[in-house]
Design a protein around this ligand. Sequence first.
Ligand code: ADP
Length: 373
Amino acid sequence: MTKRVGVIGGGQLARMMIAPAIELGVQIRVLAEQDGMSAQLAQTAVGDYRDLDTVRAFARDVDVVTFDHEHVPQEVLRALVADGVAVHPGPDALQFAQDKLVMRQKLADVGAPQPDWAGVQTRDELQAFIDDHSGRAVVKTPRGGYDGKGVRVIAEASEADDWFEAFAGEPILVEELVRFRRELAQQVARRPSGEMVPYPVVETVQQDGVCAEVFAPAPNLGERAVELAARIGTQIADGLGVTGMLAVELFETTDERLLVNELAMRPHNSGHWTQDGAVTSQFEQHLRAVLDLPLGSADALTDATCMINILGGPEGVDIDERFAVAMEAHPGAKIHTYGKASRPGRKVGHVNVTSDDIADAAYVARAAATYFD
Ligand code: ADP
């Protein structure tokens, strides 16, 4: 019987699982909020992922449930598990990617290196943390943040008054302002039987809170730091019981430490390079992992891969036309499109370029990406 993987969420991550699913001989079914981009490519149910009856009905027809985002409520996930549905990652692991305070506490328990942090409930507590950390700090909403929304650098506790009000007595997260040289990301695949495969650690470049570029493997990173990143990744995947793909976002500090920023338990933008630059792409690996199939090699195919996100430009741009022009100009660039309408700042695709030299890969990838500005 062909195995069926149910993906909750109909964004580009679900969409990019479809090609490897065909190669693996498994079927993807999607539960999407609206009849969106996966609908032309995989059997898609439209419904609300917060509604238990909807999710239950969807889960009935698949062998395993997994995700394109982390927003499915814990109550819904736990009800599925109680029904006997295979859910990967399961609610016990996923809670650590859903709530940054719960994550910080768990990372402390497993001994992963992280910035100083605290859960604060009042302006006074927050001000005391800021005063203890040279007058500045980063406040974060524990839930609901993405692409830098829900993250604020502050010098005065009053700058977070609106969040204290919105979170009505619940603690919000405050962290030391980390002085970092750059940001890295370590991915690890883990299957229910416990097998783990770490990917090469990569460098990520964020612009306005959104991932702009990825260099794989991270250039100029010493052997020990590479090993340490992989060890932190596997320690977290194992310690938190993650199944599927885990991404650990890291800071490389100016004094050469690696500190965990945050976690994602699904394929991640920092791993899009693997589609063209690694033996097993993160999307194939995620499917293998959630189906508890043997994992593939995560080795890089070449010395260097550069991934650049394509963000939507001005309204009215014919994105398909741009894709065609960029493809013609750069036949060596792998240009991926998500089939989305272009809106300013919206992720509509990405470019991967492999080379034996990262500067060369970045040069070609940037040149191809400029066709979308
Ligand atoms: P999101 O969930 O929106 O991706 P993150 O927690 O990853 O939010 O934070 C977004 C960005 O803010 C990070 O990529 C980093 O550049 C910056 N940032 C987050 N936490 C800190 C910190 N403690 N110190 C310094 N910069 C930070």
